[in-house]
Design a protein around this ligand. Structure first.
Ligand code: 5GP
Length: 129
């Protein structure tokens, strides 16, 4: 069965898209640790990051770096943190999280955003790419 992220990439489930190329897709996390929390996903559906083909792994890092730079230019933060977990969704994804405080890396502290806020954030971040 297709993962929830494959359904997002295929447009079967809506997302607040930030960027897309032939192999990767970036969109806002629906339950963000901080404003601008973004997920970068390879289109190939692989569960664990170190099981990716080496080329895809490096491509994902390159793609995530571009998105992280745009994110840092779009959202007020001290820096952008990166985490790779995957305990909830078994489809590789890089979390990019604008950080002002260590609590934003704990995944215990969440922020609620409206549909309008998500849309405006996605627009602002993608405009910096
Ligand atoms: P992990 O697998 O790394 O533990 O976490 C999965 C992440 O995906 C969580 O931060 C969660 O909020 C996010 N997530 C789960 N389902 C969806 C979804 O349908 N849409 C979006 N945009 N994010 C999701």
């Amino acid at each position: 069965m297709a993962s929830i992220f494959t359904k997002i990439i295929n447009g079967e489930i809506p997302s607040y898209k930030i960027a897309e190329d032939e192999n990767f897709y970036a969109f806002l996390d629906i339950n963000p640790n901080a404003k601008g929390h973004t997920l970068c996903v390879p289109k190939v559906e692989v569960n664990k990051i170190f099981d990716l083909e080496e080329r895809t792994y490096h491509g994902l890092m390159e793609f995530s770096r571009k998105v992280a730079i745009a994110l840092e230019n779009a959202v007020e933060c001290k820096r952008v943190g990166m985490a790779i977990i995957g305990l909830e969704v078994p489809h590789v994804h890089v979390h990019l999280i604008p950080l002002n405080d260590m609590k934003e890396m704990t995944f215990q502290h969440k922020v609620a955003l409206t549909d309008e806020e998500f849309k405006a954030l996605a627009h602002e971040i993608s405009s910096k790419l």
